[in-house]
Write a protein that binds this ligand. Sequence first.
Ligand code: ASC
Length: 155
Amino acid sequence: MKKLLVLMVSAALLATTAVAQDEADSQKEARAALKFRQSLFQLIRSNMGALGAMAKGNAPFDAAVMEKNGMRIEQLSLMIEDYMATDTRKYKLDTEALDKIWEQPEAFSEKVAALTSAAQNLQAVAKAGDESKFRAAIGGVGRTCKGCHDDFKAD
Ligand code: ASC
């Protein structure tokens, strides 16, 4: 009975803490991790492109694209912690990822969660169809990109 309780408590704790970090074991593994995580951020960037153009007035608002890209960004945001879990700090890589990502994983998680929320909000706003709210909803997503870059990306 006691063992079962310990097991249940451990499982609950695991479910609520940030994704476990795993140090890369070799330069090769570090390089692979880098490639995967950069691919993920490129996809997020790709989906932000059309949205940014709309927010800047360079393209007409398209609620269907806002909803679709918002959904994609939400899904991609949910992969960030997994793809950043491999700690590559001790390897020499061509990267803008700051050590702080692995030094302060909780703070990083908060930034990721803000992106997920903003992407969910964008979908809701797009679905509701009130064009007067479109720009702010896109801006909300862009702000979370910047908010994380300010702290965790060298640029
Ligand atoms: C983008 C992009 C970012 C963010 C950021 C928002 O489209 O590539 O990194 O938006 O510029 O401030």
